[in-house]
Design a protein around this ligand. Sequence first.
Ligand code: PEP
Ligand code: MN
Length: 370
Amino acid sequence: MKQEMNIQPLLDMTGKSTRPIIISGPCSAETRDQVLATARQLAATGIVHVLRAGIWKPRTRPGHFEGAGEEGLAWLIEAKEETGLPVATEVATARHVELCLKAGVDVLWVGARTTVNPFSVQEIADALRGVDVPVLVKNPVNPDLELWIGALERIHKAGITRLAAIHRGFSSFEKGPFRNAPLWDIAIDLKTRFPELPLICDPSHICGSRDLIPFIAQKALDLDMAGLMIESHIHPDAAWSDAKQQVTPAVLRTLVAGLVRRQPEVPQAGNDNVLAQLRDQIDKLDDEIMQRLAERMKISRKIGAYKKDNNITILQVSRWEEIIHTRVALGLAMGLADSFSRDLLKLIHQESIRVQEEVMNAPASGDSKR
Ligand code: PEP
Ligand code: MN
């Protein structure tokens, strides 16, 4: 069901055509030099609308880099003055909001760990009352659409009209191929209920590893999302937080250039429209199949490690026969040809054996140490 919110365009301040909006920059502002060098390289790509960098970092465990703090704000402002890029950072308390506004930060975002807490969101909303600044609200870490909407409403009620949501995936105990499961349906539901609200995807925090980013970014554009927030760093592997998921500004440019931008309106009527809808269903299912296969291989890896520790052979013929027998019968009952199921299972089994062999043949973790 469609709901109303008074939403103004998010980033007309950039003066560029803003679809998709590209927000990029390091997970954390680490040093003045790192912020300025990243900003220069990002500005040189010509595709970035907003520079992001975390100043206060919510870390899962203590003892890690928790952000440069107030000092880092000055680096961001310096980067903005030099490159002309508007700057964005995460706020989690009223004090963060005050410091950002005083310093001249252009865009604020509420992080996933803050969105879960209505007390914190209300505190931020109260600090924003009477202020005209764009605010982006990340989804909560848990898959709760009402909580996400609640946070957006609290900020909106404080008078913020340049508002957007950021889809950054959802935490779960089951570890699939993604750091945070995308659960696209939740994002689609939000978009359906608030069509005027720009929805930005954050593939970096969904993926957790840089190789997957292009697929998630493309999927976000295919779902007609308004923009992408992608973490970038001059030396990604040396980043003080989220090293695995950051890309260089040059890689960002290639990645964004490689994305296919499709029209949100379906121009043709009749048959072509039907075809597009059917293909859309196929795309969604293929996505699901690839995700499940990746999860299955991860479990094979764990089985490989167990067999290695317990000196068990990789292949047990009886187990393999049981798999073929049960799955082919199930496939037949659901209308899949016997030969198709057999061929598919054989391929999956071969890959599972290969993965287990890889685990078996890997040197024990202590071996590599001198
Ligand atoms: C971030 O953007 O660096 C961040 C901490 O994100 P999230 O709140 O999505 O975890
Ligand atoms: Mn990060």
